[in-house]
Each structure stands twice: as structure tokens, then as C-alpha cells.
Design a protein. Structure first.
Length: 405
């Protein structure tokens, strides 16, 4: 197998050499991660997602351990995105209530109780999405009772559009790619008086993406707790679109594990490798074009400003992989080695394993990523079958059939 892939080592930071520091703490900090965990863990239906050990796959990949954080069951939404968008929606509504009433401490229970129904119903949240983030914002809007308009670009599948509409949001299409949809959403929201709830930050838009990112940190906090009686991983593979999730996980691990933090590896599609190119250039680089990749949640051409603030010094290596590796990873997880658990992973969810497959096939990539027989690898299974039709086309079975096997 020889699908196109590339890897680059980033010399800005070795795991034990660079402290997190006060500058990064102005972007993401432990107090804000803790606040997000306290809030989200109080919601109906919250439960930590499983951290699976895939020992037979580890042997096949030539590493000591593989851990897989399976986000498919997160609040019934199918991905980690449930953590960020809905958390930011709750905080937007708190701010609106505070402006109207002067109250500065408003619990989730109060948001859900109907006490501020009129203020909440007068609020509209919006965002651009490749699918999963929009679903989270729409779910949060329905949970707390406000209006929601979601913009998708023309390459978002019908299944993902339907999943967003299922939560009561109005779904509108924007011609062009994800970044075009982001710009259109910002302009429309400004004209209509809506609030943009995005994980993409840009000049003048910072606080809400920070809420989204701190929400994503719940996943990392759960992993630290789940591994408290084990040695931390030596490597973590984090997929990056705009870089929000990758930056949140990187920051949280950096803060909690300090000089024991893993080597941090970002994985992207070769057709949407904005983090790779930005690290290579030492500054943010925009990737133009259709950004056409089956890894729908990663089809982004611009790194978030806030994500870049963490990733620029926190990434140890970056890998860009062809779509075929992501599809191979989906099939391999669905058809595990004897003794390992079958896993339902979408096109984006299996990307970390896709990078491991590339490292297996290319010795130079394996060397660049610093992998050897002693490596303990953490993969972030960011989504399950968020588009069941596409999943069945790729794997040949639906999720129920995979899990039953």
C-alpha cells in the first residue's frame, strides 16, 4: 500500500523542554478547562466516553500500546463536537440574560427551567459547519430553547444536513468551501443581530471560540483521569481542521502532564493541510481551493488564530495523509484483529490511525513521528458514523452490524 502522505518535524517544542507559560495561559488555562468540565458534566445524559485499548492493533503497527478515545456516544450526537458548541451556546444565553436582568450567576438548571424563556427565545445563534459542530450548536439551541440557523458549504453531505435539521435548526447552503461559509455567516449575523458560535477565531472574535475550545478540553480531562493509574502516552495523534480541538487537547495535556506530556502530532488531509503548511512556514498560511476530502470535518483552509497560538509551539510533528488512508482506517477499526474491540469511526474519527498506517508504510514518516516499539499511542476517535450512508458505503456494513460482530 502506498497512498500519498507526508510528515514534518517541528523543532519549536520538544515535550519536556518548553513550559506552557503565561502567554498561552491568556488563551487557554486550567481554571477555564475546569469550569467547562463542571458545567458540561452537570448536563442530562453526561457520561465520560470510553478509552479503549487495542493491544492487537498495537502489535500490528509495531508500537507498545494503542489507546482509542471513542467519542461516538457523546450525548447521542456522534462526536466530540457536542462538548464545545452547546457549551458556548449556554454561555451566550447567560450573557444575554445578564444584560437583560443584571443577574451574573445563572446555572444550567435555570437555563433549562423556563425561568428566562422569553429572553432565550428572542436569541438566535448561528455558525458555519462541515457537519458536526453545527449539530452541536443546533442541539445546544434546542436543549436551552433558542433559535438556530446553520450554514453549510456546498460539499457537506445531505446526511449531515439532515442530522443538523433534526435538532430544529434552519440549514442554509453557501456556495464555496468551509472558509467561504465562515465569512458569509459572520456577515449575515452582523446584519441580523445574531450571535456566531464558532470554533474558528479571527480578529475581533475570540471569547466564544475560547468557550468552544475549553468545552473540547473535557475530552482531554477524561483521558487524564482514565489514565491516572497508567503511564501517559508517548504520542497523541490529533486531527486538525481549524485547529480548535487539537489546540484544546494539546493545551490541556500540557497543563496537566507538564514535562510528561506526550509528543503531539497533528494529522490533516493532504488537500486541506493548513496546519502543516503554517508550521512549515512559521506563520499562518491559507490553503485555497475546494479543499475536497472525504475527511469532511477537516476540510478547512485557515488555522484559527487561537488554535495557532497553542499549536505553533506545542506541535512536535505534523502528518498530512491521503483520503485512502482515512478510509482504510475506518475499515480496519470496523474489522479488528482477534481480541480487539470493533469500533465505528467516521471519515474524520479514524484519521490518527490513518497516520499510523502511513508510518507503517513509509519508514521516513515513522522516523519523523518518532515511533518505535516502545511508543504508547493515543488516538482521538473524534466521531462515529455521523453520516450513516457514507459509513456503510465505505465499510460495507452499518454501525449496528459492525458492533454486533
Amino acid at each position: 500500500m502506498s497512498h500519498p502522505a507526508k510528515a514534518m518535524h517541528n523543532h519549536y517544542a520538544e515535550p519536556a523542554a518548553t513550559p506552557y507559560g503565561p502567554v498561552r495561559a491568556q488563551v487557554m488555562n486550567q481554571a477555564s478547562f475546569d469550569a467547562a468540565l463542571n458545567e458540561i458534566s452537570s448536563w442530562p445524559g453526561y457520561a465520560p466516553t470510553p478509552l479503549l485499548e487495542l493491544d492487537h492493533l498495537a502489535k500490528e503497527m509495531g508500537v507498545a500500546k494503542i489507546y482509542y478515545k471513542d467519542e461516538r456516544g457523546r450525548f447521542g450526537l456522534g462526536s466530540f463536537k457536542a462538548l464545545g458548541g452547546a457549551y458556548a451556546v449556554a454561555n451566550v444565553l447567560r450573557e444575554n440574560i445578564a444584560k437583560a436582568t443584571g443577574l451574573n450567576t445563572i446555572s444550567s438548571a435555570q437555563l433549562l427551567s423556563g425561568e428566562f424563556k422569553d429572553i432565550i427565545q428572542a436569541s438566535t445563534v448561528t455558525c458555519a459547519t462541515d457537519g458536526n459542530h453545527g449539530r452541536s450548536v443546533a442541539w445546544g439551541a434546542r436543549l436551552f430553547g433558542c433559535h438556530c440557523v446553520i450554514y453549510v458549504h456546498e460539499f457537506v453531505s445531505q446526511g449531515r444536513r439532515d442530522a443538523i435539521a433534526h435538532y430544529g435548526a434552519e440549514v442554509r447552503e453557501v456556495k464555496g468551501n468551509y472558509d467561504d461559509a465562515v465569512r458569509h455567516t459572520a456577515a449575515t449575523a452582523a446584519a441580523e443581530g445574531w450571535t456566531v458560535v464558532s470554533d474558528t477565531s479571527y480578529p475581533g472574535y475570540r471569547d466564544i471560540p475560547l468557550d468552544v475550545m475549553h468545552g473540547y478540553g473535557v475530552m482531554a480531562a477524561e483521558i487524564v483521569e482514565q489514565m491516572k493509574n497508567s503511564a501517559p502516552p508517548t504520542h497523541v495523534f490529533a486531527q486538525a481542521g481549524v485547529g480548535a480541538m487539537a489546540a484544546a487537547v494539546c493545551a490541556d495535556f500540557w497543563l496537566q502532564w507538564s514535562d510528561k506530556r506526550p509528543r503531539f502530532i497533528v494529522v490533516e488531509p493532504t488537500e486541506a493541510d493548513c496546519v502543516f503548511r503554517s508550521l512549515e512556514a512559521g506563520k499562518q498560511v491559507v490553503v485555497d481551493g475546494s479543499l475536497d476530502t472525504v475527511m469532511a470535518g477537516l476540510a478547512c483552509g485557515e488555522v484559527s488564530d487561537l488554535g495557532w497560538a497553542i499549536l505553533q509551539g506545542g506541535v512536535n510533528a505534523c502528518a498530512a495523509i491521503d483520503d485512502a488512508y482515512a478510509l482504510d482506517a475506518m475499515r480496519l477499526l470496523a474489522n479488528p484483529q482477534a481480541g480487539d474491540q470493533a469500533i465505528v469511526a467516521g471519515e474524520t474519527g479514524g484519521v490518527g490511525l490513518g497516520a499510523l498506517l502511513a508510518a507503517r508504510d513509509h519508514a521516513d514518516i515513522r522516523q519523523t513521528l518518532g515511533l518505535d516499539a516502545n511508543s504508547r499511542v493515543l488516538l482521538l476517535g473524534s466521531e462515529g458514523d455521523t453520516d450513516p450512508v457514507i459509513y456503510k458505503q465505505v465499510v460495507g456494513r452499518d454501525a449496528a452490524e459492525v458492533l454486533a460482530s
